[in-house]
Design a protein around this ligand. Structure first.
Ligand code: SF4
Length: 316
């Protein structure tokens, strides 16, 4: 069985930064440190940080006063920040800088007196965070049908922003529907929203031309991993989202000559290796990596952790 790995795949700079923030906070301040929501959507990552002393909570009321509290990469609403301040929590913000960029852009549009459309999935923490940072009501749309239902006069100035991990193809259709329905629409170039989403989606499209089956390593609640699986299915090959090798079903790959593997932005490479090991239990595997973009983007750490000194932390 040939196994071709997508390039790029797996961790993005925002996820690397968020995990490093928790690890440095644990070493700098000592456990426990509290993390609001899963720092990134991957159980293996969360479990390994738990083992080091991180405590994950969904609500700040679960955090003791003054405790070190980290906001996840998905971002938080202003009200959450204000509650943390009221309770005197020592906050470190691991919001991905590209998510913060969307927040800033959305607020600029609102200051320009435009009605704001947020293209994203209801209930996703990033969407909740973005909505909660805009001081006026936001129209959330998930589909072109949602655009048709918007009850806003045609000549109203409109702006849109999108969840960072959506499929570029999906958003293209929604943006086209907005431009058809309204006469004055502005928004960012969706290809520039998140380099990692764009690169992983482009790579998986190429990979699907080479593979008979696609395995996407990622968590079921990971938005970008779900989008990668959808792109595989839209390309016409059976495509499965798989958390790790234990979930591999032999019938998925029984007739495949070439299996393509990619991984969502929150899935560590060890899980890709784990899936390859599971394939190797079924057949002899010949592994290669497709040609693709090499990413070298890094995001700066928050100032409170940037000057962290490992030797000092070890003795602290
Ligand atoms: S997928 Fe993009 S926006 Fe999300 S954490 Fe990674 S780099 Fe940031």
């Amino acid at each position: 069985m040939r196994v071709i790995l997508a390039q790029p795949r797996g961790f993005c700079a925002g996820v690397v930064r968020a995990i490093e923030i928790v690890e440095r906070a644990l070493l700098t301040f000592g456990p426990p440190v509290y993390v609001r929501h899963e720092i990134v959507h991957n159980r293996h990552v969360v479990d390994s940080l738990k083992a080091k002393g991180a405590r994950f909570v969904e609500d700040l009321s679960e955090v003791p006063p003054q405790a070190v509290t980290i906001f996840s990469a998905h971002g938080v609403a202003r009200a959450v920040e204000e509650e943390a301040e009221r309770r005197g929590l020592n906050v470190i913000d691991a919001t991905c800088p590209l998510v913060s960029k969307v927040h800033n852009q959305a607020n600029r549009y609102v200051r320009d007196a435009r009605q704001l459309i947020l293209i994203g999935h209801a209930g996703h923490p990033e969407v909740e965070g973005t909505k909660g940072r805009i001081p006026v009501p936001v129209h959330l749309v998930q589909t072109e049908a949602d655009v048709a239902r918007l009850d806003i006069p045609r000549d109203t100035p409109i702006a849109y922003v999108t969840q960072t991990t959506l499929s570029v193809d999906d958003t293209r259709g929604i943006i086209a529907a907005l431009e058809l329905k309204f006469s004055d629409v502005v928004g960012p170039d969706t290809r520039d929203i998140c380099y990692a989403t764009q690169n992983r989606q482009s790579a998986v499209r190429e990979l699907c031309k080479l593979a008979d089956v696609l395995l996407v390593v990622g968590a079921s609640n990971s938005s970008n991993s779900n989008r990668l699986r959808e792109i595989g299915a839209d390309s016409g090959i059976p495509s499965y989202l798989i958390a790790d090798g234990s979930e591999l079903r032999p019938e998925w790959v029984r007739d495949a000559r070439t299996v393509g593997i990619t991984a969502g932005a929150s899935a560590p490479e060890t899980l890709v290796e784990n899936v390859i090991d599971a394939l190797a239990q079924l057949d002899k595997v010949d592994i290669s990596t497709m040609a693709g973009r090499i990413e070298d983007i890094e995001f700066k750490l928050p100032a409170s952790l940037a000057n962290w000194n490992p030797s000092k932390a070890a003795t602290a």
